[in-house]
Design a protein around this ligand. Structure first.
Ligand SMILES: CC(=O)SCCNC(=O)CCNC(=O)[C@H](O)C(C)(C)COP(=O)(O)OP(=O)(O)OC[C@H]1O[C@@H](n2cnc3c(N)ncnc32)[C@H](O)[C@@H]1OP(=O)(O)O
Ligand SMILES: O=C([O-])CC(=O)C(=O)O
Length: 371
């Protein structure tokens, strides 16, 4: 029995949700470029959960259903207010609050498709209310209630800032949500499937996935990209900074990918948004610096920028706090986790691989007194 470190290249399941073939990403067969340019996030969520694009009527009804479920129980808001706000990372707050949501759902442990779909809708709707409420509470502000007539993207920015976003902000944010919605068997999605394959509940699957997304090798990279750009400070420092990181054998956040060889097809959309938004804010240095780093690393190491790289300067340009970048990833990716959770339940088998044992051979037991 021999193992493959990190399960690289191992095909662990079948799925009809998204595919990555020859560096092309599709959701249910639709090219990510088409979906990003043409779809609302809600349309994409419908696609992932129903494996077909909605009609106008279906989409209107779905948007309404999401809007109707956006409020969160007051007990969760009170709980968020009870944290030590100086030391709690928003991803930890989100992970705990999402787990708590299950305590308020009478159907949490009901295991049938209709109930699981209702829970999926509640989770998708409430997660942005939780993320934005926490962001406001820690800044000494009251949470802002969602507005039923706003889009999902518009509502997030409205609940975060207390004012409705400009059209370009809403459009950019919507695109970012579409781009992050699903990505085949990435680490957090795999985590959610392993969890629910024991026939555990939807809330447990999503809570586990948030924990996996939080790490810097996965969703947590976007916050660290902005940390790096801030440390670099000015364009002319970018290459010397990266060279020093290479000399110290440190990884550059937002660079490299397990599956893509020549480039992540999502990065070009985020790069263009970064260009446009930094022109509007007048802080073009973040975009220019990012391009320099991307080109240099491509040349030196052949590594492509991944989805986390340009999303950093996009979210920064939208005035969003850096430690909210990964929660935003979760607000979008929960749609993919839920699609995979529903798919896993629909044809379930326990996920239980093997480990190649490399520890000591047979040992003679020695009693505690004699050790
Ligand atoms: C949404 C997402 O999750 S996208 C990924 C977000 N994560 C990041 O951006 C973190 C930075 N990137 C990385 O750590 C990696 O590229 C990962 C985790 C994305 C993929 O990891 P793996 O497929 O396991 O590749 P692995 O870490 O083994 O790297 C292979 C080689 O490339 C190098 N490498 C990979 N990524 C980077 C990087 N970002 N910076 C510098 N070197 C890198 C490694 O050092 C290694 O070199 P070596 O063979 O000389 O030791
Ligand atoms: O697929 C992966 O390994 C990571 C990734 O890009 C994502 O989850 O969007």
């Amino acid at each position: 029995m021999s193992s493959t470190k990190g399960l690289e290249g191992i095909v662990a399941t079948q799925s009809s949700i998204s595919s990555i073939i020859d560096d092309k990403l599709t959701y249910v067969g639709y090219d990510i470029d088409d979906l990003t340019e043409n779809c609302s996030f809600e349309e994409v969520v419908y696609l992932l959960w129903n494996l077909k694009l909605p009609t106008k009527e279906e989409l209107d009804a779905f948007k309404q259903e999401i809007a109707n479920e956006m409020e969160v129980p007051q007990g969760i808001i009170d709980h968020l207010k009870s944290y030590n706000l100086d030391s709690v990372h928003p991803m930890a707050a989100l992970r705990t609050a999402v787990s708590m949501l299950g305590l308020y759902d009478d159907e949490a442990d009901e295991m049938n498709e209709d109930a699981n779909r209702r829970k999926a809708l509640r989770l998708q709707a409430k997660i942005s209310t939780i993320a934005t409420a926490f962001a406001r509470i820690r800044n000494g502000k009251e949470p802002v209630a969602p507005k039923k007539d706003l889009s999902f993207a518009g509502n997030f920015l409205y609940m975060l800032n207390g004012k409705e976003p400009e059209a370009i902000e809403e459009e950019a944010f919507n695109k970012a949500l579409v781009l992050h919605a699903d990505h085949e068997l990435n680490a957090s999605t795999f985590t959610s499937r392993v969890c629910v394959a024991t026939l555990s509940d939807v809330y447990s699957g999503v809570t586990a996935a948030i924990g996996a997304l939080k790490g810097p090798l996965h969703g947590g990279a976007n916050e660290r990209v902005m940390q790096m750009l801030s440390e670099i400070g000015e364009e002319e420092n970018a290459i010397p900074y990266i060279k020093e990181k290479f000399a110290n054998k440190e990884k550059i956040m937002g660079m490299g990918h397990r599956v893509y060889e020549n480039g992540d097809p999502r990065a070009k959309h985020l790069r263009e948004m970064s260009r446009q938004l930094t022109e509007i804010t007048g802080e073009t240095k973040w975009y220019n610096m990012s391009v320099k780093i991307e080109d240099f690393i491509k040349e030196e190491k052949g590594l492509p920028a991944n989805v986390d790289f340009y999303s950093a300067s996009v979210y920064h340009s939208l005035g969003i706090d850096h430690d909210l970048f990964t929660p935003i990833f979760a607000v979008s990716r929960v749609s993919g986790w839920l699609a995979h959770i529903l798919e896993q339940y629909s044809d379930n088998r326990l996920i239980r691989p093997r480990a190649e044992y490399v520890g000591p051979g047979k040992q003679q037991f020695v009693s505690l007194e004699e050790r």
